[in-house]
Design a binder for this molecule. Structure first.
Ligand code: G6P
Length: 606
């Protein structure tokens, strides 16, 4: 994982490097570092922990030089200590790396036997030593990197600078994303275009196997066989995106509150409200001819897929398989040629999701993706893309991207139902109108956060929380538990309400909060029976529902009121209370809500 940047600038670059790294902190924040070439000499500063530690270090101990590289780390090999922070370097070369070098042990043994002195536990350091070995054998930097790249197995995005070369940077990509930014007499490189947004919007993406030699005047790109190639320069949308917290304490709070607006934007892209009809762009397959649809994703996006399964199966009569992307390949499932696979990802860079996409492509599946970053690898490798219009999501715990994923999936399920002849014009209109009301309902939930603030002190004291839901509320229970775990570090589990009696009921006592997601739909009465089972054992029930708590017949410790909504859109509206429960509990506890420990927003390792 990790984020990398590089600048060949007109003046000192340390500040620009840190500025770009701030936009990449979503990729990891265990440590950070920068290196520059100043008067031909390599210099470096590194600090454990968040970027502000590096910033403070640079204030105390500035780093000069007009060319440099930077890194923000999510630890894979070696603890998150300063010695393992990037850049890694020898006297001759400095390297930043995103990815994993799979054969690093063999290479390290070989280099150590030749006398190389390793100072970290990382896989990356072998790259610096391999290049150094080539350089001391008389190679120039380009030849040294070319020979080194041939020896590396695994995934990487690399940027390298060299002693004695003020106007040279070499970068390479295999598996991990890398964007080149073209300035006026300046060149930039970053793990994504957002990192480079303050500097340029002229962006080219390297393809897998590409490596490039950068000077301030331009770039020579070669493919893995050393052939000169051109990669198109596009105008990135990233620079137009404003990234700040506004008046909110945290990005997460801002993003939760943006939901009425971004759900509305996303709906507007897929719905014609004038006619109350779904309006989906052309797809690479016809829903009418599909016998199954396969959905894969990770984390929160996986839970969006679980909700979508209820929609596709109930409303479109389309059988659906849903897989955690990291597990999909291990099922070795038989895929019919010409079948369709749908991938959902906020970042569009999640390594497991991308690997599954490539597996499906190799099995002749048509590939559709729902992504929030349109320029991402998953988007570029799909036959068709349905973007979510959530805008940049900075909080590591996904909120508005999730609700926008649900929005697109709901529209797609209606389109599927129409194509399969099971949703007629009247039902289409009913469902579209229900979707159109979602922004208003979400705004209603967000209008009064006091009940969540009042619940937070109580939840902050417990070690475990259960979330229950039935039908399409079951994935919302899973998502609620994930949100709480991620940002408050309280252990939480989501269960299908009907499964309570098959195990989790053993945990219930008067100290166990049980959060029940229970819209008043046709499953509601069954969920009430499960609540009674909890109440009978003294569990503290937190009811998230439009129902009257007094009418449940059991003691409800807290009622979090939700407006009455059409059952089709309930998951979209009920996603918000579970976000607020997690957010207010975590802020009460004082955790780092936007950058919770050990997590990263974009997970580019398998
Ligand atoms: C990480 C993030 C989650 C996200 C998951 C999938 O675990 O912390 O918030 O749901 O990756 O990411 P994607 O970008 O593919 O949606």
């Amino acid at each position: 994982m990790c984020g990398i940047v590089g600048v060949l600038g007109k003046g000192p670059v340390a500040e620009q490097l840190v500025d770009a790294l701030k936009r990449l902190e979503y990729r990891g924040y265990d440590s950070a570092g920068v290196a520059t070439v100043a008067n031909g000499e390599l210099g470096r500063r590194r600090a454990e922990g968040k970027l502000r530690n590096l910033e403070e270090l640079l204030t105390r101990s500035p780093l000069y030089g007009n060319s440099g590289i930077g890194h923000t780390r999510w630890a894979t090999h070696g603890k998150p200590i300063e010695a393992n922070a990037h850049p890694h370097m020898t006297e001759l070369v400095s390297v930043v790396h995103n990815g994993i070098i799979e054969n690093f042990r063999t290479l390290k043994d070989e280099l150590a036997a030749q006398g190389a002195n390793f100072t970290s536990d990382t896989d990356t350091e072998v790259i610096a030593h391999l290049i150094t070995h080539e350089l001391t054998a008389g190679g120039d930097p380009v030849r040294a990197v070319y020979n080194t790249l041939k020896r590396l197995e695994g995934a990487f995005a690399l940027a390298m600078i060299f002693r004695g070369y003020n106007d040279l940077m070499i970068v390479a990509r295999q598996g991990s994303p890398l964007a080149l930014g073209y300035g006026n007499g300046e060149m930039f490189v970053g793990s994504d275009a957002i990192a480079l947004a303050p500097f340029t919007d002229a962006i080219a993406y390297l393809e897998d196997g590409d490596w490039a030699v950068l000077t301030r005047q331009g770039v020579a790109i070669r493919d893995r066989d050393g052939r000169a190639v051109e990669r198109p320069i596009t105008r990135s949308l990233a620079s137009a995106l404003l990234i700040d917290k506004g008046n909110y304490r945290h990005f997460m709070a801002k993003e939760i509150h943006e939901q009425p607006e971004v759900i509305g934007h996303t709906l507007a892209a897929y719905v014609d409200f004038a006619t109350s009809r779904i309006d989906i762009p052309a797809l690479p397959f016809d829903f009418a001819n599909l016998s199954r649809l396969s959905l894969s994703a990770c984390g929160t996006a996986f839970y969006a897929c679980l909700v979508a399964r209820y929609w596709f199966e109930r409303w479109a009569r389309l059988p659906v398989d849903v897989d955690i992307a990291s597990e999909f390949r291990y099922r070795e499932t038989a895929l019919d040629p010409g079948g369709a696979a749908l991938f959902v990802s906020q970042s569009g860079e999640t390594a497991d999701t991308l690997a599954t996409l490539r597996y499906c492509r190799a099995q002749a599946q048509k590939i559709l993706s729902i992504v929030n970053v349109r320029e991402s690898s998953i988007a570029r490798e799909s036959d068709a893309v349905l973007p979510t219009l959530a805008g940049p999501e900075i909080g590591v715990a996904s909120t508005k991207a999730f609700s926008c994923q649900l929005t697109v999936l709901a529209c797609l399920a209606i389109a599927a139902g129409k194509a399969r002849g099971v949703i007629g014009p009247a039902l289409e209109m009913e469902l579209v109108q229900a979707l159109g009301e979602v922004p208003r309902h979400v705004a209603t939930v967000l209008r009064d956060e006091r009940p969540y603030e009042m619940l937070a002190p109580r939840l902050s004291k417990v070690h475990d929380v259960l979330y229950l839901g039935r039908g399409s509320s079951y994935p919302i229970a899973l998502e609620g538990a994930l949100k709480l775990k991620e940002i408050s570090y309280i252990h939480a589990e989501g269960y299908a309400a009907g499964e309570l009696k098959h195990g989790p009921i053993a945990l219930i006592d008067e100290n166990m909060p049980v959060i029940v997601i229970a819209p008043r739909d046709d499953l509601y009465e069954k969920t009430v029976s499960n609540m009674q089972e909890v109440a009978a054992r003294g569990g503290q029930i937190v009811l998230v529902s439009d129902a009257d708590p007094a009418a449940t017949g059991c003691a409800i410790a807290t009622h979090l009121a939700v407006p009455a909504v059409h059952r089709f859109v309930a998951p979209l509206v009920y996603a918000v209370p579970v976000q607020l429960i997690a957010y207010h509990t975590a802020t009460f506890m004082g955790t780092d809500v936007d950058q919770p420990r050990n997590l990263a927003k974009s997970v580019t390792v398998e």
